[in-house]
Design a protein around this ligand. Structure first.
Ligand SMILES: NC(=O)c1ccc[n+]([C@@H]2O[C@H](COP(=O)([O-])OP(=O)(O)OC[C@H]3O[C@@H](n4cnc5c(N)ncnc54)[C@H](O)[C@@H]3O)[C@@H](O)[C@H]2O)c1
Length: 286
């Protein structure tokens, strides 16, 4: 018996990366999945992967920046599979990048339409369908960039912080209907979003990103899909309003961040081996 048997899910941005991994995982646990994405070719391939993994799936060409797009994805789930239990608001991109003063208001708005407004629309249209079946699970992809910021990613960081905040307020409003609302804050994950502009693509990313966080390997889409499965399943029945960080300890504290592993290893030696006493007692090595 699968953990999502008889459940119906919409996953936006499921033609690639994290969304695609989640769709395949959900399907393998018995869910029927609507793959909602702008990318038809990738979306249809994801449908095939879901079916091969034992679930039902359908592709819905969707632009989450448009209200009709998000509404249409929810309607497709109900029409095709008869109900809606789970929506995973995950579609995303880098959006407006670079210096704040050079960022156009138009690109700022486009970024927010995809990363934050679409999450609001996903909640707005999914909640009434979930109420009809006695509850549900709303999941969104935020980011550790919504917690700690990132250079040159002003709109992205602000929108992801907004996703975390909206998750909390929606969770309060929808709890009485047994609709849980949570988001996931991934660390750096090797997906086309992060490696398509890198020379060497996925292979380079797999090597390079291993040093981004203390956990000694690169973050994978499947790491995020595993958390999404927990939040989608009944195992998380008492979990709502949370931002679940999945980042290999990169936000755990100083020395754990965006440093090469050699620099992380240097941090303890700055402090001493077992005890770090008053600095005036320390003899600086010559
Ligand atoms: N990869 C990371 O390191 C990372 C870290 C933190 C958060 N995230 C977030 O994870 C989510 C998934 O990103 P990913 O890394 O899997 O990237 P990805 O590029 O592999 O997948 C994103 C998907 O979203 C789709 N999409 C983009 N704009 C859309 C639109 N307007 N309408 C419908 N679909 C659209 C794309 O076609 C693509 O299939 C995003 O919200 C991203 O911000 C990623």
């Amino acid at each position: 018996m699968g953990r999502l048997d008889k459940k119906v899910a919409v996953i936006t941005g499921a033609a690639s990366g994290i969304g695609r991994a989640a769709a395949i995982r959900f399907a393998g646990e018995g869910a029927s999945v609507v793959i909602a994405d702008l990318n038809r070719e990738g979306g249809e391939a994801a449908v095939r992967d879901c079916r091969e993994n034992g679930g039902h799936a359908a592709f819905q060409l969707t632009d989450v920046a448009k209200e009709e797009g998000v509404k249409g994805a929810v309607e497709r789930a109900v029409k095709e599979f008869g109900r809606l239990d789970i929506i995973y608001n995950n579609a995303g991109l880098g959006g407006a990048v670079g210096q704040l003063e050079k960022t156009s208001a138009e690109n700022w708005d486009r970024t927010f339409a995809i990363l934050l407004r679409a999450v609001f629309l996903g909640i707005k249209y999914a909640a009434p369908e979930m109420r009809k079946v006695g509850g549900g699970s709303i999941i969104s992809t935020a980011s550790i960039a919504g917690i700690r910021g990132a250079a040159g990613l002003h709109a992205y960081c602000a929108a992801k912080a907004g996703v975390i905040s909206l998750t909390r307020s929606a969770a309060i409003e929808l709890a009485k209907d047994k609709i849980r609302v949570n988001c996931i804050c991934p660390g750096l994950i090797a997906t086309p979003l992060t490696y398509n502009r890198l020379p060497g693509g996925e292979q380079t990313a797999t090597q390079l990103f291993a040093g981004f966080q203390p956990w000694p390997r690169t973050g994978r889409p499947e790491d995020i899909a595993a958390m999404a499965l927990f939040l989608a399943s009944d195992d998380s029945e008492f979990v709502s309003g949370q931002a679940m960080i999945v980042d290999g300890a990169s936000t755990s504290g100083m020395g754990a961040g965006n440093l090469p592993q050699s620099s992380q290893a240097a941090t303890p030696s700055m402090l001493g081996d077992e005890w770090s006493g008053p600095s005036f007692e320390v003899k600086r090595p010559s």
